[in-house]
Structures are given as C-alpha cells and as structure tokens.
Write a protein that binds this ligand. Structure first.
Ligand code: ZN
Length: 304
C-alpha cells in the first residue's frame, strides 16, 4: 500500500507534555505556545485535560486555557476527559471534541484510574452516549495496546473486540496508544491491520511514545498500513507518571522531518514548531528529548 496522501498530526504536547512537568507553566505561556502551534500549521491540538487538580495540578487551568484559545476556522481543539465529570467540564468549556481513554491492563487501570478494565469500558460507553447527546465528537483511546509490563502482553483479540465495540458506537476516531513505548514495526503491522479489519471507516490514530527509540520506525510501519493520523508532541515532551521510565511522545518536529523526507505532506512548518519548543526549553530550563528543534534555524530572532 502506498503511503497516505496527507497525514494529520494531532499535537498533544499541551496535555501529554505539559502535565508531566513539575514546574507550573503559566496559563499565558500555555496559550502562547498553542497560538504558536496553530501558526505552525497544526490543525488538531489536544489543549488540556479535565482531571481533578489534586491529581494533576498542571491542568488546574483547563477552563481558562480553553476560554483563551485563538478561534480559527478549521482548527480542532480537544481535551482529555477521564470520567463523566471531566466530560461535563469539557462540554461546559465549549469544546466540540473530547478524547476519552481506557486502560486495557488491570494493573494499569487500578493504578491510573482506580477501577477495573470492565468498569472503564462501561464508563467510556456512558461518556460516549453523553458526548453524543451534547453534539460532541468523542475519540476513544486505548492505553498500553502494545504492552504494559512486557511487549505484547495485552491480548490482541481483546483489543480488536474493544475497537469493534467502540467503532459501532460511532466514535469520531479510535486511538491506539503505545503508552509504554513497547511497540515495534512488526507489532504495529500485526495489530493495526487486525484493528482495521473491524472498524470500518472509523479513522485510526496512533499515539506513540519513544521510550525505546522505535517511535519513528513505528510511524513508517503504520504509514505502510495506511494510518494517516498520529499524535505527536513538540520537542518530544511527555511521559506517564504511572509508567516507570516512560518517556515522551514522538516529537512533532522529528515526525514532520520524517514525513517530509517520505514526501507525505502534513501542512506543518517544522521551524515554527521548533521555535515553540525552544521557548519552552528556555522556560523549563532543560533540554527536551526531540532532535530536530535543535537543528533547524530559528524561525525568528529572539527579542533581545
Ligand atoms: Zn501518551
């Protein structure tokens, strides 16, 4: 199969990346970074998470961030909601798209969500019905699809069943997350093709972490299967507090560089994303794990 004619990158740095940082990021800076990402050509941005601030203090300003987003035609802003309360908040904030997430591993589900996998599935079904009643478009994300404690330890038939069940409920898209960075190109091909067989026209998204350095190799494998949507984070920010050793998402800039080389358009300006990443690095006082943001020329000279 030829590579897709266009790939849509969903920028998840403002959620998956920011929530991992201990240093509080001011709302002004969050909004400025999101504006920079919009200017860089990103058309789908996960801007926050509607979780209790006790669990994720960095996301305590979720409503304010959404209220201050630049309104632009054709841009989709999404927020992560982990329960009905979060969904209600996302709706009240004015979001039209919401990302739901369920665990596929019992240990992960207990530690991360304090419920069983079956309870998480039932809750997600209820959230999807509620989202539809509100006229919102829900994306369903499955966590640790490529392994939790060991590569491949999430049974594929279980993943396929879940995908079939949620596609039938009419979700906007289904995201397979390699939360632990355990996927490899062989597993990508096996699991993506198995899921594609049961989800019909529902778009498939891959959410890849680069924990073992195979993130971009996995992108190539997924492209060959026809996957045309990927989550990425600026500078490769991110991690998971419940997954020891988890590192960030595949970097937006590095993924754009790869797709440019393959001749697959994304509409994203690498240098402009890199400028956002360097601004964050300056604020956080540390290097982010991506590669390309350090190599491209600054898009504009910093104010002196
Ligand atoms: Zn993630």
């Amino acid at each position: 199969m030829p590579y897709p004619a266009f790939v849509e990158l969903c920028e998840v740095g403002p959620r998956d990346g920011f929530q991992f940082e201990e240093k509080p990021i001011p709302t002004d800076l969050k909004v400025a970074i999101i504006e920079g990402l919009v200017a860089a050509g990103l058309r789908r941005i996960q801007v926050t998470s509607f979780v209790h601030p006790k669990w994720v203090p960095q996301m305590a300003d979720a409503e304010e961030v959404v209220a201050r987003l630049p309104a632009r035609e054709g841009i989709v802003y999404t927020g992560l909601a982990l329960n009905l309360r979060g969904l209600e908040r996302a709706h009240a904030a004015g979001l039209t798209h919401v990302d739901l997430s369920i665990a596929t591993n019992e240990t992960h589900s207990r530690d991360n969500a304090n419920m069983t996998v079956a309870e998480g599935v039932r809750q997600a079904e209820e959230m999807i019905r509620r989202a539809h009643a509100y006229g919102m478009q829900p994306q369903l994300g499955l966590q640790t699809v490529f392994g939790y404690a060991a590569p491949g330890d999430t049974p594929l038939p279980f993943v396929v069943d879940l995908c079939a069940r949620f596609a039938a409920l009419g979700v906007e898209s289904i995201s397979l997350a390699d939360s632990t960075g355990m996927a490899n190109p062989v597993m990508i091909r096996e699991r993506v093709t198995a899921v594609q067989e049961v989800i019909g026209d529902t778009p498939l998204v891959l959410h890849l972490h680069d924990t073992r350095g195979l993130g971009l190799a996995n992108v190539v494998a997924a492209l060959a299967c026809g996957v045309a949507r990927f989550d990425t984070s600026l500078g490769g920010m991110g991690g998971c507090p419940f997954i020891p050793g988890a590192t960030g998402n595949i970097a937006t800039e590095d993924t754009v560089y790869l797709l440019d080389a393959l001749g697959v358009p994304t509409g994203v300006d690498l240098a402009k994303v890199a400028a956002c990443t360097r601004r964050l690095e300056a604020f956080l006082g540390k290097r982010l794990p991506g590669k390309m943001h350090r190599l491209v020329a600054p898009a504009e000279a910093p104010a002196s």
